[in-house]
Design a protein around this ligand. Structure first.
Ligand SMILES: Cc1cc2nc3c(=O)[nH]c(=O)nc-3n(C[C@H](O)[C@H](O)[C@H](O)COP(=O)(O)OP(=O)(O)OC[C@H]3O[C@@H](n4cnc5c(N)ncnc54)[C@H](O)[C@@H]3O)c2cc1C
Length: 302
């Protein structure tokens, strides 16, 4: 199947860079993951749509990957076509609105907004993801989240041998804490955000302060995928994990960060199975100690 897909892409969309058996570890912030059968590097939302159309015709479904900063990829790799969006980065400012393609970096977007004197994206400065990944997760930090700024999103779904393109606005995004309406079958193309006028120096100061707080509290010097678990009702996962005595606990190369117990870090040579076993151990321990069932925030790719 993949051979046929490669052949069709080379024939119908030769501008798309493709790589076979490309290691996922190089594209994930945990630095874990075996080869993806096919990795595709489009440069625009239109090129993503064209790729999906070709995939639809040969019965394939893409796995979307932004900066890979919220995922765990399996050591055995994936026998799938992965569309990496990190080159799909165009964005434009129109008054108080910013339109961005799915691969635009949140941090760069926040910096661009600040330069235009637009406030609202400060929270996103320092989140190492793309717009697409952030929409799926309703990414957020320090009291802000994507829900506060996103007004319209275009996405597509493969349907039989064709694609359907949709537009959703406002509440149709279905945003809630670290969740949205977007699932694995959705391919986010671009989004539009509404910000508000602010003073560039104040916006930059807030971003700088938030980045300092991040540096002080998070293990940014080691590979991780951010918080491993979602915040449970009425508490913080990191606090429960720490109180359970798991700070520094490790399975193989996967370790509960000494700096922030909510993060699992790759302390060297971690395998995907190490991370999964560590996550399971944390869940069981926290459940037994506090009766709280932690839900993973990291997406396990398959
Ligand atoms: C050090 C560190 C700090 C972090 N801090 C925060 C934080 O403060 N707040 C927070 O919310 N998160 C945080 N994260 C997690 C992560 O950066 C965010 O969730 C980010 O939004 C993920 O974006 P991404 O592009 O890396 O997504 P990926 O990890 O590439 O993908 C995440 C999911 O989205 C899907 N996806 C990606 N792009 C698309 C697309 N175009 N269409 C459809 N589906 C898509 C993927 O298939 C996957 O299921 C942190 C991570 C790290 C490593």
């Amino acid at each position: 199947m993949t051979e046929k897909l490669v052949e069709e892409i080379r024939r119908r969309l030769p501008i798309t860079e493709l790589r076979e058996n490309e290691p996922l570890a190089a594209y994930t912030s945990l630095r874990i993951g075996g080869p993806a059968a096919l990795m595709l590097f489009p440069k625009s939302a239109g090129e993503i749509a064209a790729l999906c159309l070709i995939m639809a015709a040969v019965g394939e479904r893409p796995l979307m990957l932004g900066n890979g900063s919220n995922v765990l990829a399996p050591d055995e790799g994936l026998d799938r076509a992965v569309i990496v969006t990190s080159r799909v980065i165009s964005c434009s400012v129109d008054g108080e609105q910013i339109a961005a393609e799915c691969g635009a970096s949140l941090t760069k977007l926040a910096a661009a907004a600040a330069a235009e004197g637009l406030s609202g994206l400060e929270f996103a400065y320092g989140i190492p993801g793309t717009v697409g990944g952030a929409l799926v997760m309703n990414a957020g930090a320090y009291g802000g989240e994507m829900k506060d700024v996103v007004i319209k999103t275009d996405y597509l779904r493969i349907c039989d041998d064709n694609i359907d393109i949709f537009s959703v606005e406002g509440e149709e995004h279905g945003f809630s804490y670290r969740a949205s309406r977007f699932g694995p079958e959705d391919v986010i193309l671009k989004t539009r955000m509404r910000l508000k006028e602010g003073r560039p120096e104040e916006i930059r100061k807030k971003m700088k302060d938030l980045m300092s707080r991040r540096r002080a509290s998070q293990p940014l010097e080691l590979p991780s995928a951010g918080s491993a678990f979602k915040r449970p009702a009425g508490g913080y996962a990191a606090e429960l994990i720490e109180r359970a005595g798991l700070k520094g606990f490790s399975v193989g190369g996967a370790k509960v960060s000494e700096k922030h117990a909510g993060f699992i870090v790759n302390s060297g040579g971690a395998r995907s199975g190490d991370v999964l076993r560590l996550m399971e151990h944390i869940r069981e321990t926290v459940l037994a100690r506090f009766g709280v069932e932690l839900q993973p925030e990291i997406k396990i790719l398959s």
